[in-house]
Design a protein around this ligand. Structure first.
Ligand SMILES: NC(=O)c1ccc[n+]([C@@H]2O[C@H](COP(=O)([O-])OP(=O)(O)OC[C@H]3O[C@@H](n4cnc5c(N)ncnc54)[C@H](O)[C@@H]3O)[C@@H](O)[C@H]2O)c1
Ligand SMILES: N[C@H](CO)Cc1c[nH]c[nH+]1
Ligand SMILES: [Zn+2]
Length: 436
């Protein structure tokens, strides 16, 4: 199958402009999506379960009579494990263990220090009380996303985890439920889209209000998450998947072609880019893609994605490749090169960096250990992978000895008076040793 993928060379006139245009794609949060999400969120907020049931029946083509039918309790999740192929259950358990072990290294302890006058300052870390995990389920089921969202919450010590997942046409995916059991979810509610986000943010008779909603989803989910932020926390707005492969031309072209496919197959809007210092290698990868796509079950999605947002870029040097990679700030960056450790410190913006020829992004999606919920659309410039820190919050701790209070009041008092806030000044001055 011929693939009409954009090809650039850094020598081309207007290369930077073309590159910026390639990256300037924005999710279609158009007015109609915005309006319908607003209506859905408002309805769930005011009508509760009744709206949740009606919207779920409409958007997921179901026919439930009451919200109670949407709930799957923990004992039912355990039964799902028995219905799943034991090889898959084993793989889920191994993946969960690896993700847990990686995230345990992210735990941030509380800390404090004491000054010479006895004043103690510190930071106390507490887990969130109740979290809502959105697991996408409209077009495909994602058991791996259950693990990636739930394991860091468990490691952080979140007391209650409510998972939502749509079950279109009433089809429940047992692997998703088994993953929820393996990860330790307390309760699953089979709702999706903006109505699920609104139910978690505001609470209904059946869905408990949560402190934070995490997890990826389509444009309706992302728009709803933006809208409810403030009523509860959110992790990030994760858009369509992206992969950027930097190659020195020495890898197997078939492997690189498949790595590019691996993200293209997620979504028509996914982005796959190859940058190489070797023009002949780029040609070989393109030929391999045209050959291998014939055998792909999701070939139509792959083709649309590659022809819409894919690109093959020839650069003059590794320095230039790294410079372009930093502009792209991809969700996933593969350094398919001989000495990745020599270049990795020059990468300033990427959600996850996959080092060397034997580290395909797909291993990170399932089981390497790091999280697969990552910043997309260039947001790796300022945000990080989902992690334990997303499920913890910090409180400052301040204990003043009498002597310490006296010393601090000498600083605070003039500053308070400078702000014309007399009560602040006097409150501090009361604690001064001379005034006691
Ligand atoms: N970044 C990650 O880690 C990651 C992981 C897995 C999936 N994903 C992405 O998540 C997305 C999942 O999308 P999806 O659609 O398959 O599932 P989804 O669960 O996000 O959305 C399905 C829901 O969308 C709502 N919806 C659909 N059409 C609607 C309409 N016209 N009006 C109002 N609501 C409507 C319905 O309520 C439905 O339940 C994909 O883009 C996929 O690539 C990302
Ligand atoms: N690559 C996706 C995140 O960008 C996650 C995923 C789930 N399953 C397979 N892949
Ligand atoms: Zn993936």
């Amino acid at each position: 199958m011929k693939l009409d993928i954009r090809q650039f060379s850094s020598k081309d006139e207007g290369f930077r402009k073309d590159l910026n245009q390639l990256l300037s794609w924005e999710s279609v949060s158009d007015a109609s999506v915005q309006k319908s999400v607003e209506d859905i969120v408002n309805r769930v907020r005011t009508e509760g379960d009744a709206a949740l049931v009606e919207l779920t029946n409409r958007f997921d083509r179901r026919s439930v009579q009451s919200a109670a039918e949407l709930v799957i309790e923990a004992d039912e999740l355990a039964k799902a494990v028995e219905r799943v192929d034991s090889a898959i259950v084993d793989a889920l358990k191994q993946a969960a263990e690896r993700v847990k072990s990686y995230h345990e290294r992210q735990i941030q302890p509380s800390w404090q220090y004491e000054e010479s006058n006895g004043t103690v300052l510190g930071q106390q870390i507490t887990p969130l009380d109740r979290v809502g995990v959105y697991v996408p389920g409209g077009k495909a089921a994602y058991p791996s996303s259950v693990l990636m969202n739930v394991m860091p919450a468990k490691v952080a010590g979140v007391a209650e985890i409510v998972m939502v997942v749509p079950t279109p046409d009433n089809v429940v995916n047992d692997i998703v439920l088994a993953a929820a059991h393996v990860a330790g979810v307390d309760r699953v509610i089979t709702v999706g889209g903006a109505q699920a986000v609104a139910a978690l943010a505001y609470g209904t008779e059946t869905v408990p209000k949560v402190d934070k909603i995490v997890g990826p989803g389509n444009i309706y989910v992302a728009t709803a998450k933006r809208m409810v932020f403030g009523a509860c926390g959110i992790d990030m707005i994760a858009g369509p998947s992206e992969i950027l492969v930097v190659s020195d031309g020495q890898s197997n072209p078939d492997w690189i072609a498949m790595d590019l496919f691996s993200q293209a197959e997620h979504d028509e809007d996914a982005q796959s880019i190859l940058i190489s210092t070797d023009a002949d290698f780029i040609t070989k990868v393109k030929e391999s893609m045209e050959r291998q796509i014939e055998d792909m079950s999701r070939k139509e999605i792959i083709k649309t994605s590659l022809e819409g947002r894919g690109a093959l870029i020839h650069v003059d040097s590794m320095e230039e490749a790294i410079e372009v990679a930093n502009i792209v700030a991809a969700e996933h960056l593969e350094l398919s090169i001989e000495n990745p450790e020599e270049w990795v410190s020059k990468i300033r913006h990427a959600g996850a960096i996959f080092m060397g020829r034997y580290t395909p992004e797909a291993l990170g999606d399932y089981c390497a250990g790091p999280n697969h919920v990552l910043p997309t659309s260039g947001t790796a410039r300022f945000s990080s992978p989902l992690g334990v820190y997303d499920f913890q919050k910090r409180s400052s701790i301040i204990y003043c000895s009498h002597e310490g209070a006296s010393e601090l009041a000498k600083i605070a008092s003039p500053l308070a008076r400078g702000e014309s806030l007399e009560a602040h000044a006097v409150s501090a001055e009361f604690r001064m040793i001379d005034n006691a």
